[in-house]
Design a protein around this ligand. Structure first.
Ligand code: FPP
Ligand code: MG
Length: 329
């Protein structure tokens, strides 16, 4: 990344941060305080970065793009707040989770608030004085709201499918991949589509970037799932073994269970021996095999960028994609 693009990126992320804080700041009380917590905790802001990276070269992202990036990050944060309630997770991003700090009831309300703010971040584009007036704005907002609604539905359905797959080591790899696409891929796709959409790219590019983002999101989820097995808390900010404990079937666990009946039995048990499973996953090569699958998917996904009509910062897109899948979290 050049100094100029790095500076642009920092400025963009600063505006997204301000937009999210302003949205929550319009509220008061314990729900708003709990909703602010995970925003202040920071994070890589990968989804806003994808929005920016998918903006065509020559288009300067305006307040509409900033609001779209805030919308995806708010939705992502909402889903994590609810996810941590469902997983009874104590730690995220190296800090206590919203549920651990504020309790399940307030955390549920905070997640709901963040979800609704995500939607209004888009609908208020039309009333924001900082957004430049344009004839196509009404139509762009309608398309964006439709996409965000689809994305929210997908996240919720993906989580529901995950619950159906709970403690089911016989879950097929395809079924796992579909779930990853629903709960993670589609939000990545939505982020990239937003960059192209508000960057006034043609519909074919918007659709293709949605596809690219979705593939990238699945690769990201696989590597995140591997980190849950082999990562250390100091680096990931999360307790390892959470998936084993909560019965969430992930690619490294499924691959290991396919050749190890003892692991399969532990994964089906309501009180699995977490240490045993994590040791076997590392020793069996299942974690490496899962990462290899993520790498293959990533390569196939990045190759699709060649078919885009407009010019984008392709180096940045590739760099961001590879970094996301390497580090995850
Ligand atoms: C994190 O994944 C969680 C998700 C990607 C989606 C969670 C979605 C819901 C709880 C549905 C509710 C949605 C809304 C919009 C409120 P993970 O659990 O695999 O990763 P982790 O290790 O970061 O917890
Ligand atoms: Mg989780």
């Amino acid at each position: 990344m050049t100094v100029a693009s790095g500076t642009r990126q920092l400025a963009f992320l600063g505006e997204v941060e301000d937009a999210m804080r302003a949205a929550i700041g319009a509220w008061s009380g314990p729900t708003a305080l709990a909703a602010l917590d995970p925003i202040l905790a920071g994070g890589k802001r990968l989804r806003p970065l994808l929005v920016l990276a998918a903006t065509p070269v020559g288009h300067v992202p305006g307040a509409d793009t900033v609001r779209a990036a805030a919308a995806v990050e708010l939705l992502h944060t909402a889903s994590l707040v609810h996810d941590d309630i469902l997983d009874a997770a104590g730690q995220r991003r190296g800090r206590p989770t919203v549920v651990a700090t504020h309790g399940a009831s307030t955390a549920t309300h905070a997640g709901d608030l963040l979800t609704s703010l995500s939607l209004t971040s888009l609908t208020d584009i039309r009333h924001d004085p900082d957004v430049a007036a344009s004839d196509d704005l009404e139509e762009l907002v309608t398309q964006a709201v439709r996409l965000l609604a689809h994305t929210t539905r997908s996240l919720v359905s993906g989580e529901a499918v995950q619950a159906e797959q709970e403690r089911r080591p016989d879950t097929g790899i395809d079924a796992y991949a579909t779930r990853c696409s629903m709960k993670t891929g589609v939000l990545f796709g939505c982020s990239m589509a937003f960059g192209a959409l508000f960057g006034r790219a043609p519909a074919t590019d918007v659709d293709l970037l949605f596809e690219v983002g979705t593939g990238l999101g699945v690769a990201f989820q696989i590597s995140d799932d591997v980190l849950d097995c082999v990562g250390d808390a100091a680096r990931t900010g999360k307790q390892p073994g959470t998936d084993v404990r909560s019965g969430t079937m992930t690619l490294p666990l499924l691959l290991c269970a396919q050749s190890d009946p003892e692991v399969a039995a532990e994964l089906a048990s309501p009180r699995p021996d977490v240490d045993l499973v994590l040791e076997r996953v590392a020793a069996s090569g299942a974690a490496d095999a899962a990462l290899e699958q993520a790498g293959t998917l990533l390569d196939e996904t990045i190759a699709k960028l060649d078919d885009l009509e407009l010019e984008y910062d392709f180096d940045r897109l590739r760099e961001l994609s590879r970094a996301a899948v390497r580090r995850s979290a």
